[in-house]
Design a protein around this ligand. Structure first.
Ligand SMILES: Cc1ccnc(S(N)(=O)=O)n1
Ligand SMILES: [Zn+2]
Length: 261
């Protein structure tokens, strides 16, 4: 494969006790995005993002990552356009990161890892009655991926970082409101898009991935704050929450499209 072994690593990977191969897994994520193999699609529209900060509910540590969840009972925080035929509702966002800055992202670009990757998870509330049902459908979910690179301090991210000590252990939660996650999305409109899957269980092949070409910059202290979280619950032997990314999966019969030349 382009830059690493595939399923064997996945099956043996401590974090994803997934079956050796996902039954009929033909569109698994993450993947390496080989820039020169991506195909410019002039029919791709700009992605429209309209989030209402008052839909923000809480932050919690679910034992895989920390996630910020939103009230998705109405269409107040949505995305539309891009490769999408419908509008999709924001459900939550979370991150994946490494123990050190040399790796941590789930997707790679020309086999380059970033130190972390943000996922904003949305579901197709036009066609499906709930997130749980949308998770099972090929066009059920749309996830925006944003790469994080080491650089200047990110003011919007700092609000999140300041709340992390309160969710250090698995299954801890704190109220978190009035946060607009669009401050975490680069203003550059360029993205890649491909048909893929969730990268943590249930690994269902229901995701239209929209990967932003431009990373956001965060500083060392902010990345280190992610690494102070724990996979373990209070009272258990501490295991630092790091390297919570899935190994790369084979592209198989897929084309990655770009919204830019
Ligand atoms: C909501 C959810 C579940 C599992 N995996 C993901 S991910 N990492 O593909 O965004 N999201
Ligand atoms: Zn994710």
């Amino acid at each position: 494969g382009a830059c690493c072994s595939y399923r064997l690593r996945d099956a043996l990977h401590p974090l994803w006790q997934s079956p050796l191969a996902i039954p009929g897994g033909t569109r698994q994520s993450p993947i390496n995005i080989q820039w020169r193999d991506s195909v410019y699609d002039p029919f791709l529209k700009p992605l429209k993002i309209a989030y209402d900060p008052t839909t923000c509910l809480h932050i919690w540590n679910n034992g895989y990552s920390f996630l910020v969840e939103f009230d998705d009972s109405t269409d107040r925080s949505i995305i539309v356009g891009g490769p999408l035929k419908n509008q999709y509702r924001l459900k939550q966002f979370h991150f994946h990161w490494g123990a050190i800055n040399d790796w941590g992202s789930e997707h790679t670009v020309d086999c380059k890892f970033y130190p972390a990757e943000l996922h904003l998870v949305h579901w197709n509330a036009v066609e499906y009655p709930s997130f749980e049902e949308a998770v099972m459908e090929g066009n059920g979910l749309a996830v925006i991926g944003v790469f994080l690179k080491l650089g200047a301090r990110h003011k919007g991210l700092q609000t999140l970082v300041d709340a992390l000590p309160a969710v250090r252990h698995k299954d801890t939660v704190i109220e978190f409101d009035d946060f607009d996650p669009s401050c975490l999305i680069p203003s550059c409109p360029d993205y890649w898009t491909y048909a893929g899957s969730l990268t943590t269980p249930p690994l269902t092949e229901s995701v239209t991935w929209i990967i932003k070409k431009k990373p956001i910059e965060v500083d060392e202290d902010q990345l280190e704050a992610f690494r102070t979280l724990l996979f373990t619950s209070d009272g258990e032997e501490e295991r630092r929450m790091v390297d919570n990314f899935r190994p790369l999966q084979p592209l198989m019969n897929r084309t990655v499209r770009s919204s830019f030349r």
